[in-house]
Every structure is written in structure tokens, then in C-alpha cells.
Write a protein that binds this ligand. Sequence first.
Ligand SMILES: [Ca+2]
Ligand SMILES: [Ca+2]
Ligand SMILES: [Ca+2]
Ligand SMILES: [Ca+2]
Length: 445
Amino acid sequence: MLRSGVIIRGHWLCGLWGLGAWVASVAVLSGAEFKVQLPPSMDKWMYPFEFGTGGSRPVAPTFASFDPRFDTRDAEFLLGWQTQSVIPTNAAPSRYVLRRVRLSLTVGRDLVNNVTGERVTFLYDPSFDSYRTHLSPQDPAYQADDDAGRPVEIFGVGFRNGFDALGYTEDSSFGVVGAFTSNNISIGTRNAFAAIFDAQGRLIDIANHVGQTNAGWTQPPFEARPWGVGQTVGVTPGQSAPLGSTFTFDLDLSDPQIAGYVARSVASGRLSLMVSSLSPAKQVTPGGTGSGGSGAYPQWSTREDNLFPGPVLEVEGLVIGDTDADADGLPDDWERLSFGNLDQVASGDPDADGATNLAEWTAGTDPLSAAEVLRLTPMGTEALPALRFPIRPNRIYSVERSTDLKTWVAAPGELTYPATGWAAWTGTDESPSDARFLRVRVRQE
Ligand SMILES: [Ca+2]
Ligand SMILES: [Ca+2]
Ligand SMILES: [Ca+2]
Ligand SMILES: [Ca+2]
């Protein structure tokens, strides 16, 4: 299907073309709703000096180091789940509709203030802190932290040195740890690391995004938006979170890249998440060290802890099966999910946004919301065109061009993801003078 508007000579016309790309190997499923609670199948304290493997400790602290020889996100907490026993795996990632992904962790230990001897816990900060609040006050980009404490954050997980979510276990090595006298003890060496998607759509290590200067890390500082921030009830922000407090981390599934990560993970049967906080490591001393603020660092009960409950993951969602009993080309599960019945047909457009129901299913947009549609916004110049468009989870986009709306070829260019929920494409060669049309092809992952 090709959508196009008025052809204006001398201007690029952006059309939309949805390709129904059914994956041939998908087994027939029928509307598998799932709502599961699952302990991790592995959890591991990710700390360069992890004392053994880090996999069998009862608690996993999360804290920062502002010593330039270490990763700033010095101690991270890795969790992995085998989901295949409770969530079907025999479907393509685009078939998963996720409603909720929530991790619960319990504060398992407190700390002793080594000056006053008091027992202390970390200060509860339920909201994001910019990386600028961690810079030196002398840095021009520095901003004061306007709320006490540091948020506890959840991210995706990246792997290096041949490891992946399946192959990395509680007993796998942390990674290369430099000599204590070296100027790089753990910069960029973790075999499993807290990760976010960069503008190219790749998972990148964010252990030093606040911009430590050292030999192993040459990137400029950048913001690393967490996929979720730990929340608890009954504690006033800025106050200590008592021992035994439960923190919940809801993944931001409104971000298509995060939802896509989870869908790919459960489709493969293995989900990995990383908990991290930039709480100062030496906070037990009032004032602490570095630019981390005040309050102790958290220590989370692991699945090995006997004193407090271990981590629990809740996942709620639906797998859209292949069944098409009314033979209209739309999966019945998607019809019921979208319309509550099977009355619609593939060519229908009940929200009158110009995209048929089949195009909306293919593109992952809401067929009852005109605000949700794969619409292209032309940008750039006539010679070097550019465009942007909204993205949905587990959809794969490619840009094509044509001179006559009949023959389409790949349009040389770069596809990036500059903002949450958006793709941008920029042409990289001078287009033929008679090439007047661009379209985006979308298919399901
Ligand atoms: Ca704060
Ligand atoms: Ca149907
Ligand atoms: Ca529509
Ligand atoms: Ca729509």
C-alpha cells in the first residue's frame, strides 16, 4: 500500500508504504495473555573487586566512584530471568504487547556511619538527576542537585568479549581488572554493563557517561536516561529508606526502544536488566567523597539473601497469535485488542488517519487513534533530502526513493534515533534530479 499526497514539482514527496511481513516460522498461538511473577534465574553483583564471583552474595550494593581509574557506575547489580517457562517464546518480537514490566527490590542491609557510629540507609530520591549534578562545581556545565539523595535506576544490559544474556552466568568473570597501580582499573572492561540505546540504536556502556577524564574513556559526557527509577511508598523523598523497604522499578514501555528490548528478550526466553545508582561509595562518612551528594548507598537483597525477600519481576502482556478466523488478513488477537471484536477489515480506516487497519497493524500504531500513524515529515533540502517519523517497538524501517512511483530503490542515507519515539533519516548523496519521491518501508521484526 502506498500513501501519497499531492505531487509538487521540485519538492520531495514523502509517501508511506507498509509491507505486511509475516514471519514464516511463527507458530499458531491464540491470544496468549501472560501475567507472571518471577524470581531471577541469576543475579550478580557487578563490582571489579567482587570477592569471589559476585554471584553468591546475599546483598548487592549499588554505588559510584569518582576516582578516575574506575567506572563511575562502579558497583552495578545484574539480574537475569529465564522467561520461557511462563511466557511463550515461539513468536516474533513484534507479536509481544507489553503492558507492565516491574522489578521489585528490597533494602537488605544498612551501614554504620564510621564517624558517628549510627546505622544509616541511603536517602530516597524518586526522580532523575542530570549527569550535570555529578560534575565538579568548577565545571561550566555543573548544576546543583536540587533534591537530596540519588535515584536508583534500571537499565538494559550490554555484553562484550563474546558474552551474551544466555552465556553470562553468576560465575562468569567480571572482565579485565587493571592493577591497582594502573590508571585504568575498570574503564570499559565489564563483560556485562548497564546500557542504553544511542542515537544509532546500539546498546552502549554508560558506566562513565558523567564524563570522567581518563585514558580508557574518551567520550564527552552525555545524559543517560534511566529506563526506570526506583519508587517506594511510605518514605518522604530526601529521607532515609528504612531497612526492608521495597522499591519498584517500572520500565518506561512508552519508549519504543525499551519495549523493543524487552520483547526481543522474552521472545528469546532470556531477559537481563541492570540496577545502578550514583550514590557515593564512601557516604558513611558525612559529606562523602566526590560529587555524589549525601546519604549512604543502597544494598539490595539478592536471591541468595535469607533475611529479606529477593528480587521479583512482574511482566504483563499478550502474545498476538496468527489465528485469522474471519480471514480478513488481520490477526484476530490484534483485532480484539484494538477494537474489542472482529468486525473491522484490513482496508478499513476507522480513525480516518489515512492508514488502513492493515497498515496500522504492520506499523504498530493504534487503529483507533488518528494521532498515532506512521506519517513522514520532510526536512532537508531538495538535493539532500531528510525526513523524520515516529517509531513503534520491533519495527524495522528502510527508506526508498523513486522517480516515477513505480520503481523504488534504496535511498542512500543514515537512519538515526535522535529523540525518544522518533527516527530521522538524512540522505547522504546528491539525489538524481528526476528522483522526486521518498517512502519508508516498515516491516515487523
Ligand atoms: Ca538528587
Ligand atoms: Ca481477522
Ligand atoms: Ca487508520
Ligand atoms: Ca491510527
